[in-house]
Design a protein around this ligand. Structure first.
Ligand SMILES: Cc1cc2nc3c(=O)[nH]c(=O)nc-3n(C[C@H](O)[C@H](O)[C@H](O)COP(=O)(O)OP(=O)(O)OC[C@H]3O[C@@H](n4cnc5c(N)ncnc54)[C@H](O)[C@@H]3O)c2cc1C
Length: 449
């Protein structure tokens, strides 16, 4: 049977963590549905989900951030501990390093986190020095320090219920696997080229239907080989590629794509730094965020390496592409190459001052992905765009999509079912419209690094 002859209840475009989590909850809660997940990659989770640092944290001052991330983390713990699916999830802790000024600026947010029972500790400079002797906390005024704008480390905020997991495992070994067990279908190595619009109700045979005044719905999607796949509802979960399919039909999801790179340094010289008894059961340093430009270091103890990310954003372009204007294989959003010179001239100069053990150490690997950044408030969007039927958009992980994914999948399912509230893991109710565009209700995040 060709795809043109098969009609689905729901077609989900994008098998990243958002698409797969949505697919799982839709089918789990509506097991009569015929659902197809399509991805241009050869497997699930191969887009930005695979490129990420896959860290999770609950250290947020905003209620929405806290709910989305803590319920997702608790669900992942449940999967690993009670369902015995190994997600390589480890609470290695987060340590935000800051100078006095930044600490003062964040004081209110820190108090809010304590009031919300988020398990944090405030470390002072002496404790930091004693626990991580490899870290330089104080800089003498000199030309280099002034030029780079280096800040001393006066405080550290240590988050305990924070850590790392394997994003591939939760996406494939749990969401995709459970979705398939429930009868869900997947179609990989298939790129969707466009949405096919049609009038709601009767077709009148007017050229160019649906014309301006007609009510519109997405009736089908067209693949790169011009096969049409039809469904009652389409869920777009293509992360930073979302605009490729939305802009041509006049829909703005308020997401822009920004390239983000990770760099790896692997050397036995790091063994001393990585082996640390003070923070977690893994006996490693925490995931550390440095005082300037959000530069971070993720310890990967088993192979004596660290992953380095973050860095300044201004000066880097938002990247656009349109499916009709690129040659396959040349989509700028498919570019996962990182430029080692970016590390050399940015993160390295700063980090090697804080962690001299990194001095003169070459990169052993680097890669890139794209944040789909919601330009309103850097939180995911889950909504039905106005003026068109049968379309739901689930995107804008904004650099924290893994840690919010379970909540996002449940909210997408609740929106599909027309529910006012989604039930998140642990029974917490979340008003679906809070992640929409019209009645969006996201409180401001004050713990800004
Ligand atoms: C360097 C980096 C570090 C990160 N670190 C973290 C972190 O530590 N913690 C965290 O929570 N988040 C992190 N993130 C963010 C996180 O990776 C994303 O928020 C999350 O993966 C988003 O998932 P998604 O499903 O929306 O997108 P994706 O995983 O990108 O999935 C979108 C899918 O759509 C498919 N697709 C696109 N266009 C089409 C089309 N036309 N037809 C068919 N299929 C299509 C793609 O192939 C892809 O598989 C990081 C991201 C990057 C880039």
């Amino acid at each position: 049977m060709t795809m043109t002859e098969t009609k689905y209840d729901v077609v989900i475009i994008g098998a990243g963590i958002f698409g797969m989590a949505s697919a799982y909850y839709l089918l789990k809660n509506n097991n009569e549905l015929k659902i197809l997940v399509i991805d241009k990659a050869a497997s699930a989770g191969a887009g930005n989900t695979a490129q990420s640092a896959a860290m999770y944290r609950d250290t947020f001052s905003s209620e929405v951030n806290l709910i989305l991330s803590s319920t997702t983390r608790d669900f992942f713990r449940h999967v690993q501990n009670n369902l015995n699916i190994n997600l390589s999830m480890k609470d290695i802790t987060y340590l935000w390093l800051m100078d006095r000024e930044k600490f003062e600026r964040n004081k209110h947010a820190i108090e809010t986190m304590l009031e919300n029972n988020i398990r944090i500790d405030i470390l002072d400079k002496n404790e930091i020095k004693q626990k991580i002797p490899e870290l330089v906390t104080d800089f003498d005024e000199n030309e280099n320090v002034n030029l780079l704008g280096l800040k001393n480390i006066d405080y550290g905020i240590l988050g305990y219920d924070c850590g790392e997991l394997d994003a591939d495992k939760i996406t494939r070994d749990f969401y995709e696997s459970e979705f398939k067990k429930l009868g869900g279908e997947t179609l990989y190595s298939t790129r969707i080229k466009k949405f096919v619009l049609e009038p709601v109700g009767e077709t009148l045979g007017i050229p160019g239907e649906p014309v301006g005044w007609q009510n519109k719905r997405v009736g089908a999607v067209e693949t790169q080989d011009e096969t049409k796949i039809i469904a009652d509802t389409f869920i777009l979960a293509t992360g930073p590629w979302a605009n490729e399919l939305l802009l041509p039909i006049g829909i703005d999801s308020h997401a822009l794509a920004l390239k983000k790179s990770l760099y790896r340094v692997q050397t036995t010289r790091l063994a001393g730094l990585l082996d640390n008894e003070h923070f977690n059961e893994e006996r490693t340093i925490p995931f550390m965020i440095f005082p300037i430009h959000g530069i971070y270091v993720k310890p990967v103890k088993y192979n004596n390496s660290v992953w380095i990310g973050g860095g300044s954003t201004i000066g880097h372009p938002y990247v656009m592409s349109c499916p009709d204007s690129y040659t396959p294989g040349e989509n700028p959003l498919d570019d996962t190459q990182a430029d080692p010179r970016d590390y050399e001239y940015d993160q390295y100069l700063i980090l090697s001052e804080y962690l001299p053990v990194l001095k003169d150490q070459p990169l052993t690997n680097q890669w890139s992905g794209f944040y789909a950044i919601n330009t309103i408030d850097k939180n995911p969007v889950v909504f039905k765009p106005a003026g068109i039927e049968s379309l739901i958009i689930v995107t804008s992980g904004s650099g924290s999509g893994i840690m919010k994914s379970d909540a996002v999948g449940r909210i997408a399912d609740a929106l599909y079912r027309g529910k006012e509230f989604a039930e998140l893991y642990g029974g917490k109710k979340f008003k679906v419209s809070r992640l929409g565009l019209i009645a969006r209700d996201i409180d401001k995040e004050y713990f800004v690094i």
